[in-house]
Design a protein around this ligand. Structure first.
Ligand SMILES: C[S@@+](CC[C@H](N)C(=O)[O-])C[C@H]1O[C@@H](n2cnc3c(N)ncnc32)[C@H](O)[C@@H]1O
Length: 216
């Protein structure tokens, strides 16, 4: 890619950040700072914009998130959802979810807009209702992504959207010398979505790669 290409990519990734001075903008900055402090990778602004766009386009009332972190992606999802929409978000680390809860409150979202569930995704997801969700966002353990896919397809209504963050894996996914379990899982995920009759995928080059698909 040319120097201009990189600059354009960086410009696009920073494009839609809510203004500092608004409650949402301040809450995002605060959640990002907490994320950096504790060493959790949160979604980039461009990836957040894409999530906000997709939830708004789906007129999402019910969204599932795997990997709450400190609430950065959750804020973008809530910003795109209907005003009465509920985000169900899970994480193995409840103290991270406590930061997310504070960030959602600071952004002005009522407490009943987010259901924060502590626990492993593969224990929590089977308890959620079939076909009851408009969008499922996966940002948990990359090695479990194929399992998340099966659960997401079950949870989504027809026309619902699934998204996987971090699919570039910092560039390793397209590096043929990289053969870690994570990278092999991500490559299989990419093939599975592309070859599926039920899913219509697109790999968005935002952040560390956001793989999306709608479910026919
Ligand atoms: C990349 S961070 C999520 C960042 C968050 N989505 C954001 O943008 O602010 C991944 C999170 O997934 C959580 N996690 C890891 N394995 C998990 C699992 N098996 N089930 C649920 N959460 C998990 C981690 O504790 C971590 O907080």
């Amino acid at each position: 890619m040319t120097g201009n290409g990189h600059t354009s990519w960086a410009f696009a990734d920073a494009y839609g950040v809510p203004d500092i001075g608004t409650a949402a903008g301040e809450a995002l900055l605060w959640a990002r700072d907490r994320s950096r402090e504790i060493g959790v990778a949160s979604v980039s602004p461009g990836c957040g914009d894409a999530l906000r766009l997709l939830t708004a386009t789906a007129d999402a009332k019910a969204v599932v998130e795997i990997g709450t972190g400190t609430g950065v992606s959750g804020l973008y999802l809530l910003l795109g959802m209907r005003p009465d929409g509920v985000l169900t978000t899970m994480d193995t680390e409840p103290e991270r979810q406590q930061f997310a809860r504070e960030a959602f409150r600071a952004a002005g979202f009522a407490g009943n807009r987010a259901r924060l569930i502590p626990g492993r995704a593969l224990d929590v997801l089977p308890r959620l209702t079939d076909g009851g969700y408009d969008l499922v966002f996966c940002d948990g353990d990359r090695e479990e992504y194929l399992d998340y896919l099966g659960e997401a397809v079950r949870l989504l209504r027809p026309g619902g959207v699934l998204c996987f963050a971090g699919v570039f894996s910092g560039g390793d996914t397209v590096d043929s010398s990289a053969q870690t379990t994570t990278v092999l899982t991500l490559r299989e995920l990419l093939r599975t979505l592309r070859d599926s009759d039920r899913l219509v995928p697109a790999l968005l080059p935002v952040g560390d790669g956001l793989l999306c698909a709608t479910c026919r």
